[in-house]
Structures are given as C-alpha cells and as structure tokens.
Design a binder for this molecule. Structure first.
Ligand code: BG6
Length: 508
C-alpha cells in the first residue's frame, strides 16, 4: 500500500444510493485519514437526485452514521468533506453527460488532477452498458491525457449469455485493462492471506495436493435473511449471489497453481486456469451433488422469525434458493479426486466464512484418538469473524498410555494489537487508484465461473423434479446437505462465531 498515488478524481454513479453511504465514502475517508489520498483529489457524486455539493457532503459525511464512528476529528472531517462534489444528471439520458464533462473539466482545471478519472458504477447493473456507452461517446474513455478507469460491482450478468453480452458491450467502450470488476471478498485481508499462507510457508505447500488432502470445505454462512433486498434477491438466489463470484474466488485462492510472478496478469491467469479445470456437473451430479434450500418460518431464541416467502419483495410462491451446498471436483494434476464442498446460506445459525482443509489421516493409526468425526488434522482459515488461522493437531493426553487429543494451534488477527484490518472496499479502492487489478475479477474468469454455474441454473429451471428443501430459519440448512460429504464419520465442520470453538460449544 505504499506506492505513490497520482492526483485524480473518483466519479461515483448512483451516489444517492446505499453503497455510497455505507461503504464507498467511509472507505475513501479511511484512506484520507491514513494518508493514502493524493494531494489533489476530488470525489464527485452523480445521480438523478438534485443535491448541491453542500447537501451531498451533509448526507454522506456529516450525517452518515457509517462514517461517524470513524470521525473523531471534526477538522479532518471538514477538510475531507471539501473534497466531495455533486453533479445531478440522469444517467440514462445521453444529453446530460455534457454537463458532467464540463464539471470534470472545471474540477481538473481547479485542482490539477491530471485528468485521471475513475468511474465507479454503483447503479443497477442494467445501466452499466448505457453509462459506459455515454462515457465513451463523450470521450471519457480516452487515456491520451490522463487515465480513465471503470469500476463495476457484481452481478456481472445473470447467466453465461448475459455475462458475455455485458463484457462485449463494455469492451466496445473501454479496454479490458481499464475495467475493474469488484468482488469485495477479494478485498478482505483474510482472503488475500489464503494465497500468502499457501505460498509463503514451506510446511504447507508440499502437502497442498491430492496426496495429503482428503477434502476442502468452504462455508459462508449468514445469520441475516434478505433484509430489505427481497426484490433483488428473489431474482438472484444464493448460487448467483454468492457462489458464482465470492465462493468461486475463494476456491481459486485455495486451489490455484503458484503464479509465475506476483502481478495481476500472472495471478489472474492462474485463476482462469483453475476455473477452467473445475469439472462441469452433469444432470445427475446436479441432482445428487447440489442441494438447494429456502428458509421457512421458525422460532429463534424465543422469537418468531419469518420464512423467506413472507419477506418483503419476495414472491409468496418463490422457488429461489437461500441456501446452496455443492460438491465438485477439480480435474487437474494437483486436485484429481479431491472433493470440494461449498455451502452458503442466509438465516443460518451464525455469521461465519471459512475455508477448512481436511488432511488425510495417517496410513496406520497407532494411537487411540478422541476424534469421532472429521479428520484429525484440519487447517481452518477463518475469513470472518474472529479472523485468524487454526490448525488442529493431535497431542498426547498427560498421564499413562498414549492417548491422543486434538488440540488447537491458533493465530488471531486480534492478537496483533497494532494491526489494522482495512475494510475490503478501502483496499480495493486504493488498488484501483493505483491501477492494480490483481484483486479485481477479469472478464474471462467471470465467464469461466458462469460456465460452471450455468448448467445448474438451467437444470433447476427446467427440471421440476429437483427439490428445493425448506429449512427452519436459524438452522444449518437442509439435512440433505450432510449426505454430500463422503467418508465414514465425516461431516461439515460446525463453526461458531468464535474460531477456536466447535459446534457443541456454540452460543447460537
Ligand atoms: C454480497 C451479497 O455480495 O455479499 C449479499 O449480495 C451478502 O447477499 C454479502 O450478504 C456478504 O458479504 P460479507 O462481506 O458480509 O460476507
């Protein structure tokens, strides 16, 4: 994070929306406080709502509850607010863009930002191609005098065809290296650590393959439901919302080959190779190895909780999945035969995301162990919360004989008193400002991920016999998902909010 950042402007489309207030402005504020903003910097909010600069500053800075906790110093807050501007335009109206061009030129003259501009589209995805086209028609894609970049948020398409179409449309207006596709999981410090853990430690890399690993398990559970996003979510579902992007990115971080170099091309080339090696599921695999579920009403800690179909914005007969668990294989030299299990869901018992590497047992068990379930050696890389790494190893129980007990060797980020865990958006925005696309998704990888997901979506759509199981809100999803895991006494790990605890100790 130490590279010098050039003077520049950040234009946020959809600036009156929730993401700007909740994530983007707080992230830029943190960059400002930590001294990462360049000397000359402007953030220009754009959307249809008519705000003055002052009104916009009040909304996203002074009255922003997401920034308040961070804003200890009023002077700093005021100095920061002065870097923010607002330009109302109707983004679907091409004639409005001339006003934006004028405003950006004025600010560039005034602030000497080198005409370096990043456009962040925090709008409904249906507007991405329109905005990109209007920017290009107004010369805002040209880089002869200062760079121009485009950041877009997921979803990148709704299925393979629409993802390809979106890529084609964007590529008519911007070059691939100008397009930055945000997957906020890649901005998480703990996700980047997956890559470092593997390749910085000679004790892990030799074991990181089919000879020593029994299976890989990835969980991303949320205790919340769809909140106020029922309308969006009902046309998306867990597979599109979480698996196609965040969870496959985690799979890539865990399973990719070492890159030739640590740069955006080499790393993203390896990820693409990995996505292309995931074996596509046949119709039978989809029936047997992909379990979908939807939460139904229940009582959690004495309180009645709504089912998904009762949520605001959701079709009362909806067949959209709020849970999905799947088993698949990666057909390459390293992983042949090793099952990967991935699950995600809403209204599960706790919020937790983690990767679990289950190592194979010894060829010949010498000792009596306490392990009744799962492998003895597990490496758990916790993405959130209680961020850290946990290794489970067998140690001798003191006293007579050679009884073995599984104990925890752990590292918690919270133990590093002076460590600062930047928010994912903070890291990603800074990388974008520096033109580093390593932690952004590349168009070809997005398409390759859809190639794996698309057959599942079409099977679900076309085969009414594939069930969608109800699960009571507050439970770990449909029991059928337990049957996915191969092996005697093998089960999903039952993670708790606290990394070092397992299922039975969980305070749910
Ligand atoms: C978003 C999904 O991309 O990720 C949401 O659209 C989900 O449905 C969220 O809640 C999870 O992100 P995090 O960082 O809270 O795990």
């Amino acid at each position: 994070m130490s590279q010098k950042v050039k003077n520049q402007q950040l234009v946020i489309f959809g600036a009156s929306g929730d993401l700007t207030e909740r994530k983007l402005v707080p992230a830029v504020y943190d960059l400002y406080i930590r001294g990462f903003l360049p000397e000359n910097y402007a953030l220009i909010g754009v959307s249809r709502t008519k705000f003055s600069d002052e009104q916009f500053r009040n909304k996203v800075v002074f009255n922003n509850k997401h920034l308040k906790g961070k804003a200890s110093d009023q002077d700093k807050m005021e100095a920061f607010a002065k870097m923010l501007y607002y330009q109302p335009i109707d983004t679907a109206e091409s004639s409005d863009y001339a006003r934006l061009v004028d405003r950006l030129n004025e600010l560039d003259d005034e602030l000497d930002t080198g005409n370096n501009i990043t456009f962040y589209l925090s709008t409904p995805p249906s507007l991405y191609d329109t905005i990109a086209k209007n920017l290009a028609d107004n010369g805002l894609n040209k880089r002869h005098d200062g760079w121009k970049r485009l950041i877009i948020e997921k979803p990148f398409g709704y299925d393979l065809d629409s993802a390809k179409e979106l890529n084609n449309e964007l590529l008519k207006c911007f070059e691939e290296d100008q397009i930055f596709r945000i997957d906020h999981y890649l901005g998480k410090e703990t996700v980047q650590n997956l890559f470092v853990m593997r390749f910085a430690n000679s004790i892990f890399e030799p074991l990181w393959n089919r000879n020593f690993i029994h299976r890989v398990e990835i969980t991303s559970a949320e205790s919340v439901g769809v909140e106020k996003r029922g309308g969006y979510y009902d046309s998306s579902g867990a597979l599109r919302d979480m698996v196609q992007n965040h969870l496959l990115q985690l799979v890539a971080m865990v399973a990719m080959e070492p890159p030739a170099q640590v740069d955006s091309h080499s790393i993203r080339d390896e990820k693409l190779k990995l996505f292309k090696s995931i074996r596509h599921l046949s119709k039978d695999d989809i029936k047997n190895n992909v379990i979908r579920g939807q939460y139904v009403a229940s009582t959690i800690k004495g309180e009645d909780v709504k089912g998904y179909r009762e949520e605001e914005g959701v079709d009362p007969e909806s067949r959209t999945e709020t849970y999905v668990a799947l088993k698949f294989f990666i057909d390459n030299w390293r992983w042949a035969g090793v099952p990967f299990y991935v699950r995600t869901g809403k209204k599960l018992p706790t919020r937790v995301s983690e990767v679990v590497i289950h190592f194979k047992p010894n060829h010949l068990p010498l000792f009596k162990t306490d392990t009744v379930q799962n492998s003895q050696n597990m490496l758990i890389m916790r993405i959130q919360p209680d961020e850290g790494v946990l290794l489970k190893v067998g140690l001798k129980v003191p006293g007579a004989g050679f009884e073995v007990k599984t104990v925890n060797v752990d590292f918690l980020y919270s133990d590093l008193a002076d460590s600062y865990l930047p928010d994912a958006y903070e890291r990603l925005l800074l990388d974008g400002m520096q033109g580093d696309a390593t932690l952004y998704a590349r168009g070809d990888s997005v398409e390759a991920a859809w190639e794996f997901i698309d057959p599942i979506l079409s099977a679900w759509e076309n085969d009414p016999d594939i069930p969608i199981y109800g699960y009571p809100a507050g439970t770990w999803g449909p029991e059928n998902a337990d049957e996915l895991i191969d092996g005697e006494n093998m089960a999903w790990r039952s993670p708790c909010a606290n990394l070092t605890n397992d299922g039975i100790y969980c305070e749910l």
